[in-house]
Design a protein around this ligand. Structure first.
Ligand code: ADP
Length: 277
């Protein structure tokens, strides 16, 4: 469990990129959402302890993470959006980098690379963006860290490779692990998530499990406008709407694009309160 309390961080004096961020992030695969510039990368860098907050505390499983002990650092890994590993090949990374991660599995890496028809000997600098992304995620998933953060991991991958990424994400996940994925292309991944974190203008607007959200809200598609729609969008097929889930035991699948738009709309606060209370 990650506990963040009142985390504030500014790159420039008086212009905070993250403001009083307080959240508890539990085990599972969490989707990190937010408009450009809302603070997602800043939050991930703080969780990775490469940025130190000017205020607030960050604990993981009871450990104070700002101490940056080698043991704590070996429990987390952040794959940035434009990650360029400092070594020539993934197999070089295994020798010089994976050795710091006790949870690393060479069998998982071989399996992940094979899924992408890679051996690990390919030169990373000769790869296209999509190829590098595949090699990077194959490696990051195999590290098996308690906290794994992936920033737009499938960006640049072709459709088939994205599908394989989703399969690898599910097959590499182990109980108790906290995975946080920042992405704007949620459509192909919608059934993978256990939790949602939404940032807006440096504030954590929502941090909730998918179970909690779907117990409170229902996501419906209808040809007629649902009378009690909290938020709606119309398209060629009719309406996509968020309504209060009256029958809490009947849960619908989250429409993440709709939830995202709703949270940024004037009814965003009402929706957050419905989820929280
Ligand atoms: P996101 O990942 O959601 O797009 P960021 O965390 O990258 O957002 O940025 C949050 C805010 O911090 C933005 O206003 C951005 O302009 C600012 N910011 C990000 N990185 C830097 C930096 N290195 N120097 C100054 N300001 C930055």
């Amino acid at each position: 469990m990650i506990k963040l309390e009142d985390i504030t961080f500014s790159y420039r004096r008086g212009v905070p990129a993250l403001i009083d961020a307080t959240a508890e992030i539990g085990a599972g695969i969490n989707l990190l959402l937010g408009p450009n510039g809302s603070g997602k990368t800043t939050l991930l860098k703080i969780l990775a302890t490469t940025l130190m907050p000017e205020q607030g505390t960050y604990q993981m499983d009871g450990a104070q993470m700002d101490k940056r002990t080698p043991s704590d650092l070996s429990k987390l890994f952040f794959l940035s959006e434009d990650e360029k590993f400092p070594l020539n090949t993934i197999n070089d990374m295994v020798v010089h980098h994976a050795c710091f991660y006790p949870t690393f599995s060479i069998a998982a890496l071989r399996n992940n690379l094979a899924a992408y028809n890679m051996s690990g000997d390919e030169k990373l600098s000769d790869m296209s963006l999509g190829q590098r992304k595949k090699a990077n995620v194959a490696y990051a998933l195999a590290l098996g860290t308690d906290l794994l953060m992936l920033d737009e991991p499938a960006n640049g991958m072709d459709i088939g490779s994205k599908k394989i990424f989703n399969q690898l994400l599910a097959s590499n996940y182990r109980d108790g692990q906290i995975v946080i994925i920042a992405t704007h292309t949620v459509h192909d991944m919608k059934n993978l998530f256990d939790g949602v974190i939404m940032l807006n203008q440096g504030h954590i607007e929502l941090c909730a499990s998918v179970e909690r959200i779907t117990r409170r809200l229902a996501f419906v598609i209808s040809s007629a406008l649902p009378p009690q729609a909290l938020y709606k969008e119309s398209d060629l097929q009719g309406y996509r709407a968020i309504v209060i889930n009256e029958m809490a035991e009947e849960e619908t699948n989250i429409d993440y694009e709709l939830l995202y738009a709703a949270l940024l709309s004037p009814v965003g606060e009402e929706i957050v309160n419905l989820i929280k209370n």
